[in-house]
Design a protein around this ligand. Sequence first.
Ligand code: PSU
Ligand code: MN
Length: 306
Amino acid sequence: MSAIPDLRLSTEVSDALERRRPVVALESTIIAHGLPRPRNLEVARELEQLVRDGGAVPATIAVLDGVAHVGLEEKALGRVASDTDLRKLGRRDLPTALGTGASGATTVSATAALAALAGIRVFATGGLGGVHRGWLSNWDESADLDVLSRTRITVVCAGVKSILDVPATLQRLETLNVSVAGYRTETFPGFYLSSSGEPVDWTLDSPGQIAGVMRAQDLLGGPETALIVANPVPESEQLDPDLHDTVLTDGLATAERKHVTGQAMTPFLLDYLMRHTGGASLEANLAAVRGNVRLAAEVAACWAEG
Ligand code: PSU
Ligand code: MN
């Protein structure tokens, strides 16, 4: 239940929040637009199970028929995975989607905003959006960054997607005052790759330490900024770096030739990489997400204890 009529918490999620039990928010864009069908439904279920195995309650977030759902029943999860008409909703699309009764999967920006509204503090995803390559001409920067600069949430991710301009994205996160830490690493992870080659200023080593940083955020007050916990995909499961670089270069050139822009860009590149790496990028993506979901459940447990 929630005070906002268009925000519907599942019974399980609302019970867990009331009893201060650990909850992990999961986004739905990765399911609807980031992974191939029908594997995406298997993955959606698997991620929820990983959260449960970690002793937390999963809260997958999506908008269905103008209602923002926080925690999806089995049937709703199936719809998110199979409905090809589902839109991709960023934070700015929420008013129009809710106001018109539309349905859509939520990106990091929309998921983070809805999770925070519901009172959920920990969120797991694959890779954040950020500054796209060629920003000087296309001005494409994901709204994920702006939302994370004004939303008190901890996002466990494998860095930002490697299809982006990673150094520029890290600069923007600095300007926006978003706290960034590597998890057991001194280099910023590279989504499909264990390392992006960029350094991180802070390294955190345990879920308890992450929860401690979250408490410090609250004690300090000030702008409601996020904490990004960048958790690398294990080296044994990363995409081959040379293959990554070659295929990404081709994918970016193809996107330009086909005039792919805006919201279509990220799904186009993820799909291109998957098809031209024989599915290896998909496996690396999934390995990264699984690791993030496991860590997020541990962080949520430590957070709930405090
Ligand atoms: N992580 C993944 N796959 C994805 C995404 C993240 O492993 O598909 C999604 C997230 O929802 C993120 C979005 O918010 O891609 C970024 O899209 P854009 O660049 O259009 O803001
Ligand atoms: Mn964009």
